[in-house]
Design a protein around this ligand. Structure first.
Ligand code: 5RP
Length: 233
């Protein structure tokens, strides 16, 4: 085979296997999302996270046709939820939620999470903390042996250069602002002790919120594995 044809055959085969992997991950997101939708009961107030796995949850939830009230963590989620016929309310008068369901970027064995690739981390953390039960849904690729940077940050525009300097290992992300107009950055320093890093980030003036979610916030983790949802213990 001439070298050009060999390269093109190899490229096609790589593309086929990438497509297959994406289909597998989409199935895993869907089964985890469907398992979470099964936890919702008539009359509940639900917090809706953000991301492609949550998009699957919105579909599964809407399909159940329950009488529920929802709050959304981002304009993206609100738009899709409304289009699917889910009743969305502002999150200003409700002081608690029955369940919040959201995705994750990384899930560690000790149940620390990294979240926020979709820029809505502050809303996501407020909603998770307000819920009696915060349920995390994810495909199996999100389960990691240990958390690694980046950790998304929302920071204030005022004093931004000083905040980044104080953080040390951090850089601005080329991303749209948060739903509240906050600037999105990434913490890139060591992450061997997530509790210590979280405490340091919280203590840095100018940091509005960070994407490290502690195990105490997490009630359940539902991970898609192949065509089944598994509850992580
Ligand atoms: C958005 C998030 C998402 O939940 C996280 O990025 C996972 O997204 P996806 O379900 O698309 O993989 O934290 O801020």
């Amino acid at each position: 085979m001439d070298p050009a044809a060999a390269v093109s055959t190899e490229r096609r085969s790589r593309q086929r296997s990438e497509t297959a992997t994406q289909i597998d991950l989409d199935t895993e997101k869907r089964v985890a999302a469907e398992a979470a939708a099964g936890l919702v009961e008539d009359g509940m107030v639900i917090g809706l996270g953000t991301g492609s796995t949550v998009d699957c949850f919105l579909q599964a939830l809407a399909a159940r046709g329950l009488n529920i009230r929802c709050v959304a963590t981002s304009p993206r989620t609100e738009e899709l939820a409304r289009a699917l016929g889910l009743a969305i309310e502002p999150f200003d008068h409700l002081d608690r939620l029955d369940i919040a369901v959201d995705g994750a970027d990384q899930i560690a064995p000790d149940r620390w999470l990294v979240k926020g690739r979709g820029n809505a981390l502050t809303h996501e953390k407020i909603v998770a903390a307000a819920a009696d039960r915060f349920v995390v849904i994810a495909s199996s690729d999100k389960v990691v042996e240990r958390l690694t940077p980046p950790v998304p940050l929302e920071i204030l525009a005022f004093g931004i250069a000083a905040t980044l300097r104080a953080l040390g290992h951090a850089k601005l992300r080329d991303a749209p602002p948060s739903p509240d107009g906050g600037v999105i950055a990434d913490y890139l320093g060591p992450l061997t002790d997530p509790a210590a890093v979280a405490a340091r980030l919280v203590a840095t003036p100018g940091v509005v919120e960070h994407g490290l979610f502690p195990p105490g916030l997490v009630a359940e983790i539902l991970v898609g594995r192949g065509s089944r949802a598994e509850r992580l213990r």
